[in-house]
Design a protein around this ligand. Structure first.
Ligand SMILES: [Zn+2]
Length: 362
């Protein structure tokens, strides 16, 4: 079935996950003509149930996946640590679906709050294991162990890229991570390339970086399904941030490598993304996302008629002013693009005696 990308609310806002970036309609074939209602489920493929979890943020939902696993379900991702999401789970846990086939374990695609959020809360209630990539666990630990140090380090990083009000911005964001819900006891997930058996089916872990350290996609060649997390989304382009912790690395290069890797999977793979509707057209979407970043590179290069810092380039890269979390993610994504171009030898980075980084064309 071919259907146009829905003008969903999910695609209208600049979100925590990224900017709106829709592929041309015929390039993606959605598995359903419209999204299922919030807080409802649909068996989207044999043994695979889609739960559309509503969220009280700009990005108004996340897709969670229930994979039949013997007498129970393996759950992929959990929703935000917020009362609305916990209410949905409380109701769902009492329904025949989960009474007859209880949750037996949780796999996390990555550590972002909309995916990890309720893992500890579910674990407390159900006593089930939760796994996250080793690299994701390490990144999460850095963020949660020393929030003051995290703010100070990132404040210096953003100031070095021209954001004078970095400290105020980061102080305002601190509340985001404090939810009052229990933290999960996390076990290490399988490593990249290793296989899991879920309900008699083999799923391979594909670890892709750039959107989040230790981001896991799960691919079942037998079922022809890819659980793509936030690596490939049909209607928005995931945020790729270069934060202080990533200085000296190339998250955007990693993200593009991840897209190229997924591009090599079978063309007819059914993609189950964390946001938006399930679709076919993985190769087309991966190509379009790579081209989207190439277009951003061209835009930035064209905007560098003189040496400029990343903050000065924000209006070049984004068509509207960003604030709060979006400003932070937008600036870090701009830095990720500039640093990737520097690695490619197309830009030169210099630092003045105030510590400010400027980029110029080579
Ligand atoms: Zn994410």
């Amino acid at each position: 079935m071919i259907s146009p990308p829905a003008p969903d609310a999910e695609a209208q806002a600049v979100t925590i996950e990224g900017e709106v970036f829709t592929s041309a309609a015929p390039r993606l074939r959605y598995a359903v003509p419209s999204a299922i209602a919030p807080a409802t489920t649909l068996e989207i493929a044999p043994g695979v149930t889609w739960l559309r979890m509503p969220m009280p943020i700009d990005l108004n939902h996340i897709n969670l996946w229930l994979l039949e696993d013997g007498a129970g379900f393996t759950l992929v991702d959990t929703g935000l640590a917020a009362p609305r999401c916990a209410e949905v789970w409380t109701t769902l846990l009492g329904t025949p679906l989960l009474q007859e086939r209880p949750l037996r374990r949780i796999l996390l695609t990555h550590f972002h709050p909309d995916h990890l959020g309720l893992a500890g809360w579910l674990q407390d209630r159900l006593g089930i294991p939760v796994t996250l990539a080793k690299r994701g666990r390490e990144a999460l630990a850095t963020f949660t162990r020393e929030p003051a140090e995290w703010r100070a380090t990132n404040g210096r990083h953003l100031q070095g890229h021209g954001l004078a009000e970095a400290a105020t911005l980061l102080a305002g964001l601190h509340g985001v991570s404090r939810s009052g819900y229990p933290a999960a006891h996390l076990d290490d997930a399988q490593a990249d390339g290793e296989w899991l058996t879920i309900g008699g089916r083999a799923w391979q872990v594909l670890e892709t970086h750039g959107h989040a350290d230790g981001h896991h996609c799960f691919h079942s060649p037998e079922a022809g399904i890819l659980i793509s997390g936030d690596q490939v989304l049909p209607a928005i382009s995931s945020n790729v941030s270069l934060s202080a912790a990533h200085w000296g690395t190339d998250p955007l290069g990693d993200f593009i490598d991840g897209l190229q890797r997924l591009h090599a999977l079978p063309a007819e793979t059914l993609v189950l993304p964390s946001h938006g509707r399930p679709f076919r057209g993985l190769r087309e979407r991966a190509s379009d996302l790579i081209e989207h970043h190439e277009a951003e590179f061209r835009t930035l290069l064209a905007g560098l008629d003189a040496p400029r810092c990343a903050t000065e380039l924000m209006p070049v890269m984004y068509r509207r002013p960003l604030s709060g979390l979006h400003q932070l993610l937008g600036l870090q994504e701009c830095i990720a693009h500039l640093e990737h171009l520097t690695r490619r030898g197309q830009l030169h980075r210099s630092q003045d005696n105030q510590g400010l980084f400027r980029y110029q064309r080579c």
